[in-house]
Design a protein around this ligand. Sequence first.
Ligand code: S3P
Length: 448
Amino acid sequence: MKVLNLTKSMPKILVLKKKINNFNRIISVSGDKSISIRWVLFSSLANGVSKARNLLISEDVLAAIKAIRKLGIKSEIKNSTCKIYGKGINGYKYKKNLTINAENSGTLGRLILGLLINSPKPIKIIGDNSLSKRDFKRIADPLTRFGAKFNLKNNKNLPLTILGTKKPKPIKFTEKKGSAQIKSSIIFAGMKTNGCTTLRAKKSRNHTETMCRYLNLPLKVKSKKNYDEISITKVKKIKCLNYNIPSDISSGAFFMILTALSKNSELLIKNVNINPSRIGVITILKKMGVKINFQNKKNYRGEKIADIKIKSVKSIKPINCPVKLNASAIDEFLVIFLLAAKAKGISYFKNLEELNKKESPRLIWGSKILNMMGVKTNTTKDSIKIYGNPNLKISKKIIIKNYLKDHRVFMTSVIAALSFGGKWHIHDKDSIQTSFPTFLKIINELKK
Ligand code: S3P
């Protein structure tokens, strides 16, 4: 496999000293991470060659490609086009003592376990420092009920070992956290049982279900008000999956908020995935008074896509954020907090326990960054009150470091520096390689 050199040797500290000038531009952000990783996994199970265009070429997605390669699946990458030579639903072949490194990716580490439910030999899953602190019991518990055997560090963390079962048994499960990773891992395992797995899942991103539907797999979803009732039975064959990956709204969100916070600016972000389970950030921005709309809407392979148009605003309203938006904006809260910092009043975000379980404890990091910026917060283990200041300006020096290289902490800090001023030293610049390697290139374009 040709792996791209992701410029690990760049200087590691980014220094920013100036607010951004007004801009009026059209940009494209990179491919959706959730869809890219799912495309890699589904394609590895298909019968034949699948091709993706605009695949996100970032460390998380490359880790997924390396993982399926270790399971005996061939792939080729040229620029952002990728081919995967799937060998069927039970086509993984590998040697004894296999180790898969999920690196920084919770999505890869958790989803792949569902596919290993019938692995005949033990497989070890490891991850980087950040992933090794995250909870894998949430996956091991339901998958144990299918019949797999797990060994986890501290009963909870990576490294873990999974030993599959020849005859996985279907299960009934209630998913209460609103985690698409738990839901997807169970759907994958359910595809390999003789019987019907049923899942009552709190609403969360539904790309796995959407791909199953596009591939005509035996998955049913009954949508209820606060949860989905999902059932999945044995999958015999998966057709090849050619896919043009749309752009990632989670990457776009940094630029939406930069625009909202800048004076006299306008931005059009092209071809973004606007799956209703991902657009909490849009609803929140609208509630805060930001002018934002969708243009050129399309359907693609069951996903919704549009260009997103956004303009800067004079006055930002505070928000008492409805908890029903939490799952659909979970990756955007850090940068949303910056908008709340400039709102005219107090914003309140609650029931956000999951936010501290991401690549870094993001509720804690969100409030740390705001406090360094001179913004008052009241933070509990699952909520934050942000005392907004419409005249917020920063002139002091702010150093951001030791944040477990969380890509979203880095990018949020960049947006804060460009929106509010001050002298920022933001460490671990290479953290963007996880999800959005072209982030700083787009920032530099907007500065021109
Ligand atoms: C993801 C699900 C979310 C999200 C993560 C990507 C996915 O995590 O935070 O960045 O692709 O399924 P949880 O499912 O753990 O909430």
